[in-house]
Design a protein around this ligand. Structure first.
Ligand SMILES: [Zn+2]
Length: 307
């Protein structure tokens, strides 16, 4: 007995240590039974476990649907701990709304819990293409906090549309034409008028046009998404917003980039001059403006050149 009592303080100290270092996530209620985890709007860091994007979940009588599994195994586990504080129902499905690291690298954790993992077909292809580079890049920032993370691909794919019906809740998964990444899709809850837009919508921070983005497809996807007339949008990044804010901060910025660069290119203006002449000041209040504005302008010019 004596030895057992001695062991207790040691064990307590170990538990304390591990909780002191664990990630704690707090969900935001978007609508009845619909929750979002709002990530930081800056970069991926050791402190945020790579969770610089939004994820979320939907609770039904028959189980939970997770929207995006987070940037790694430990981030996914932190999401699950937070979900368990809301409901005792099991996670039945995980939807990956795109192929970017924070949308899917937590899949391995949820697969272990028995969840089926669903994504649009082009998202899986994107994951396969980039998983090695994504994990390598994340490891540089997350170090030991990437522990347990390995690429676990979606085991159920859809082309344009897939409807999940779970416990009386209709959950539509819709792929339009991608945008920020080739496999971007959305999760639409028609009964609640709530849309998880994935990276098709950025709010509060400037979006990024990356080498694997396509601004023309992005705008086409945005238009298709608008037709749903969502009441509330959980954007890929930023606070929960409405359609008007999404139009101002995502659509209007993409339109500005494309119209300016198209006019420049058609008029024989070279890349550097076109960037110098671009007036993006209306978007300067968005976070990450200074770091992204130049690369975005350049990327869209190159895209138009290739069209
Ligand atoms: Zn993202």
């Amino acid at each position: 007995m004596k030895t057992l009592f001695k062991a207790v303080p040691v064990l307590a100290a170990l538990l304390y240590l591990s909780t002191a270092h664990a990630l704690t996530l707090t969900p935001v209620k978007v609508a009845p039974d619909v929750y979002a985890f709002i990530g930081e709007t800056g970069g991926r860091t050791y402190a945020n476990y790579g969770m610089n994007a939004n994820t979320g979940f939907i609770v039904t009588d028959e189980g939970v649907v997770v929207v995006d599994s987070g940037a790694g195994y430990l981030a996914a586990r932190a999401m699950h701990l937070a979900i368990k504080r809301v409901t005792g129902k099991p996670v039945k499905y995980v939807v990956n709304t795109g192929g970017q690291d924070h949308r899917w690298l937590g899949n391995g954790y949820f697969r272990e819990q028995g969840a089926e993992i669903i994504a649009a077909r082009p998202a899986r292809a994107d994951m396969e293409r980039r998983s090695g580079a994504q994990i390598e890049a994340l490891r540089a920032d997350l170090k030991d906090r990437l522990e347990g993370t390995r690429p676990v691909y979606p085991n159920r794919l859809f082309d344009q549309r897939e409807t999940l019906r779970l416990g009386g809740t209709e959950i539509q998964l819709l792929f339009f034409s991608g945008g920020h990444t080739p496999g971007d899709s959305v999760v639409w809850l028609p009964q609640k008028k709530v849309l998880f837009s994935g990276d098709l919508v950025y709010a509060d921070r400037l979006l990024g046009v990356l080498p694997f983005s396509n601004s023309r497809n992005w705008l086409a996807s945005f238009e298709a998404m608008e037709k749903l007339k969502p009441g509330k949008i959980v954007p890929g990044h930023g606070l929960v917003c409405d359609l008007d804010q999404a139009r101002r901060e995502t659509r209007d910025y993409l339109r500005l980039l494309r119209s300016h660069m198209k006019k420049s290119f058609d008029g024989g203006v070279d890349l550097q001059t076109a960037i110098n002449r671009l007036d993006q000041k209306n978007f300067a209040r968005l976070r990450n403006y200074e770091t992204l504005k130049g690369a975005n302008a350049s990327q869209v010019y190159l895209e138009i050149e290739a069209e």
